[in-house]
Ligand binder design. Structure first.
Ligand SMILES: [Zn+2]
Ligand SMILES: [Zn+2]
Length: 140
């Protein structure tokens, strides 16, 4: 998302854009996107200060660190970016938008708070169905 500074009228302007997650380099080994990043910006300029009120929404897919199931979550953010202009005509918001989204990435994402994970014995996903491994062990 690039803002042409000289195109901003006195009252500010509204911009809307759908950005491909690929263009922002948002995807990692365990996070990917089936949706675009929907971005709305209200930009205002006061002399050499550019302020951009951003609202963005998308859906990310992650892999649960416990049970390895894929799960989706909505990403919704409101941020205000302030730029000090030093003679440039175009300001690119892409890096700040990327940082805003990536800041929320978890090292250990969970499909739900109480994910039961996989059974260490048989690899069964305990969220779907409880296996009998624990019971068997207990009876030995
Ligand atoms: Zn899980
Ligand atoms: Zn088991």
């Amino acid at each position: 998302m690039k803002i042409h500074v000289n195109a901003i009228p006195m009252e500010g302007m509204d911009l809307e854009k759908d950005i491909m997650p690929l263009d922002l380099n948002l995807e990692t080994k365990s996070v990917y996107y089936s949706d675009k990043v929907h971005l709305k910006v209200h930009a205002e300029r006061d002399k050499d200060i550019l302020s951009a009120d951003c609202y963005l929404k998308t859906t990310k897919t992650q892999i649960c660190s416990k049970c390895t199931a894929e799960f989706e979550s909505i990403v919704e953010k409101k941020e205000k970016f302030i730029y000090q202009l030093t003679g440039e005509h175009v300001v690119d918001l892409s890096d700040d938008i990327k940082d805003t989204i990536i800041l929320d990435y978890s090292i250990r994402p969970l499909c739900k708070q109480d994910c039961k994970g996989l059974c260490a014995e048989c690899g069964n996903n305990q969220n779907i169905e409880q296996c009998n491994c624990k019971v068997k062990k207990w009876q030995k």
